[in-house]
Design a protein around this ligand. Structure first.
Ligand code: JSK
Length: 447
């Protein structure tokens, strides 16, 4: 057995997102979003699930904050529904929307929990989508206007800001692979959207600096890791392309002011012509205060000509998988974190999402989710190793506080350390909640 220790100033937390937990989609002036539209289009979401009720955290936030307080977390990451603040994406501010987030944030602060606010976690106002969405550069201006409103309203209450959650999902998963809203399948469109997202991020960071807002700002790319099956250069290059699709494609422009040339060339081979206007790369290349990193899974892969977009295939290693089918691959967590540090230096990192899907149900009031505890132990052990090797990790926020709407999987996939009964909305703390509580209290755990 070994004791896995963490730095004395390590911050611990949990993460959620507006469309996944709030519900109340037609209350207090909230405008419709692309996920309201997408989830109500038959065939898009398992079992026809949608976010109309979700966990009803819009009305149950006080109970949820008490659960967090008992957990002993330092920070709670949530996202703001842009369409509660600007129902049409811009124009007149909806005061009731601001009022809700004041209630939530005041409750957090009153209970000694630091709010970490994600400005965009996928719920684009439908009115903006009707005008082209992220493919329209005017959406960038609307986002900066929304962000400026939030900065001015909550400066002093919120000290940690994230512009975008998982730009790879917003651009490629949602507009090339097409399994998330708005559900396009067009590589040119998706790649151009990725550029506009980076511009929205950079212009928002610039606005944050120009307004001299107190606090820190970053963004939260999602990551993965592919380990080459052999030391053949074609296997190494194939794995490098997949990792770069999530990591370098978004981090090189922010940290280096340019796209990774090998990926630009690869996309060009696939017919993509990225439209970059004068000044775009300088606007994206704004210094950030911290990097949010989301990691769930990875695996072993090898080159396969003309396979998918990036010419690779997975090698089946019979790793254990979670209930969503993702391989459990903690070594990928270590590898992607050290890779990021080698590429971009010791930028402060918060793990803004890491967690697992296990669909255990309550029995006699208890949820025995050993799989999730095992996943947490493996990934926190990998994280501890990365910290010891020099990765500048400032905090770890598990995904998620509670079971919630898992996008195209609906409510069938449970990621929470707290179980939610979607009929009664009753919350039940799982065994993993108590394990995480003890780990936070100790700042170590026994492996
Ligand atoms: N790479 N090629 N894929 C080809 C085939 O893809 C099919 C599906 O792909 C994906 C990829 C990634 C995800 C995903 C989900 N979460 C979890 C959420 N994170 C933010 C928070 O809201 C959580 O709910 N993170 N990532 C889903 C589906």
């Amino acid at each position: 057995m070994s004791i896995i220790q963490f730095p004395k100033d390590m911050k611990w937390g949990t993460a959620t997102a507006s469309y996944q937990i709030e519900g109340a989609t037609k209350e207090d002036g909230r405008g419709q979003t692309i996920w309201d539209t997408f989830s109500k289009t038959p065939g898009n979401v398992l079992n026809g699930d949608n976010g109309d009720v979700a966990c009803n955290s819009y009305h149950r936030y006080e109970e949820d904050v008490q659960i967090m307080k008992e957990l002993g977390i330092d920070v709670y990451r949530f996202s703001v529904a842009w369409s509660r603040i600007f129902p049409e994406g811009n124009g007149e501010v909806n005061q009731k929307g601001l009022d809700y987030y004041h209630r939530l944030i005041d409750e957090l602060l009153a209970n000694g929990i630091e709010p970490m606010c994600t400005l965009y976690h996928w719920d684009l106002p439908q009115a903006l989508q009707d005008k082209g969405g992220w493919n329209n550069r005017e959406t960038i201006d609307a986002f900066v206007n929304y962000a400026e409103t939030m900065f001015k309203e909550f400066s002093g209450k919120i000290n940690y800001w994230l512009t975008l959650n998982e730009p790879w999902c917003i651009s490629f998963l949602s507009n090339y692979i097409g399994v998330h809203a708005p559900g396009n399948q067009d590589l040119q469109l998706a790649t151009q959207i990725s550029h506009h997202l980076l511009l929205a991020h950079g212009e928002t960071v610039k606005k944050f600096r120009d307004l001299n807002i107190k606090g820190e700002i970053g963004f939260a790319p999602n990551t993965t890791w592919l380990e080459p099956f052999s030391n053949q250069q074609e296997d190494i290059d194939a794995c490098k392309r997949e990792v770069a699709w999530y990591v370098e494609w978004f981090m090189d422009p922010v940290f280096k002011g340019e796209y990774p040339s090998f990926m630009v060339d690869w996309f060009k081979k696939k017919g993509v012509e990225l439209v970059i206007e004068d000044g775009d790369m300088e606007a994206i290349n704004q210094p950030i205060d911290f990097l949010g990193i989301n990691y769930y899974t990875g695996h072993v892969a090898r080159y396969k000509e003309n396979e998918g977009l990036l010419d690779w295939e997975m090698v089946e290693m019979n790793y254990d998988r979670t209930d969503i089918g993702w391989p459990i691959f903690p070594q990928g967590f270590y590898n992607v974190l050290t890779h990021i540090t080698e590429s971009y230096g010791k930028v402060p990192i918060y793990i803004t999402e890491n967690g697992s899907c296990y669909n255990d149900e309550p029995e006699n009031g208890r949820v025995k989710d050993d799989g999730r505890i095992n996943y947490l132990q493996q990934h926190l052990t990998a994280l501890s190793g990365a910290i010891k090797s020099g990765v500048n990790v400032k905090g770890y926020l598990t995904w998620s506080l509670m079971d919630n709407f898992e996008w195209a999987e609906g409510y069938s996939k449970r990621f929470g350390i707290v179980h939610v009964n979607y009929r009664t909305l009753e919350r039940t703390k799982k065994d993993s909640y108590y394990w995480f509580k003890q780990t936070i209290e100790n700042n170590w755990f026994e492996n």
